[in-house]
Design a protein around this ligand. Sequence first.
Ligand code: C2E
Ligand code: MG
Ligand code: MG
Ligand code: MG
Length: 280
Amino acid sequence: RAKELGGRRVEVFAAHMHADVVRRLELAADLQRALLDNQFAIEYQPVVDLATSRVTAVEALVRWWRGSVFIPPDQFLGAAEATGLIVPLSEWILREACREVAAWRASSWDIGLSLNLSARQITAPHFVETVEQALAESGLPASALTLEVIEEMLVEDAEETISRLSELRSLGVRLAIDDFGTGYASLAFLRQLPVDMIKIDPSFVSGLGRDDTLTLLTRTIVRLGHDLGLIVVAEGIERPEQLELLREMGCTRGQGFLVARPMAARGVDSLMRTSLQSII
Ligand code: C2E
Ligand code: MG
Ligand code: MG
Ligand code: MG
């Protein structure tokens, strides 16, 4: 009887795995089609300077509308990375976002662009040249581009990643550590990295004013970042109290639904025209 139950469990498990594999294969095929059919779009989330409330940059965030169904990045980026489709997808985002931000800058709006990088994209052949080309084609100055990576990409066997990013940095491109505080980069290691900016993870920012430990940790990260000469960006600002505390801590920049939600390019267009770029 025990054997029978065990056997059934194995069968159930196998069926479950099978469904999982099929789903993943379907997702991979869908992604490929989506890329050919131009189903991807870019939204831009404004980042403000907390001292002046002005928009200093926008972060490009990929969007996938499969028909009328929205699929969040967290649900397809893994598959895109695994299949390698992340490379052409990221190249498209890079070119398109550089072009759009260069156009806003041409209307004498001094904003920068932040882009999220994937591990596979950085180690793909010609990554550095691809970025240089996108800058040259769009006319976006290297200093207006910030590339965001997460700590995991910079620790463990990350020599190639760090050397490519350093190469870009020597061209004037800025580098940011995204989701800062959630990974394993030690402070000593951080000091050696060719980094200009840290983005404090929302898991810290969410507790501001509500949780003493998270408030203290946020304050410590802001101070640490400044002591290392870095720009410090707080992510996931949703409540006025968080904004107030971050300003009081002297955090450089802020981003979050309270400041502005990610928006399509024409949203940024009207932001530029109507609100004089000062939105909070
Ligand atoms: P991320 O780079 O940390 O981006 C911030 C995420 O937080 C975005 O989610 C944004 O919509 C969301 N967000 C911003 N403000 C708030 C807020 O106040 N509250 C809450 N709850 N969320 C907020 P999104 O667009 O779903 O992207 C998720 C992640 O997917 C990104 O995290 C990034 O790691 C990745 N990603 C997005 N676009 C790209 C891309 O073009 N290329 C690559 N490689 N990764 C991307
Ligand atoms: Mg990011
Ligand atoms: Mg983040
Ligand atoms: Mg993230």
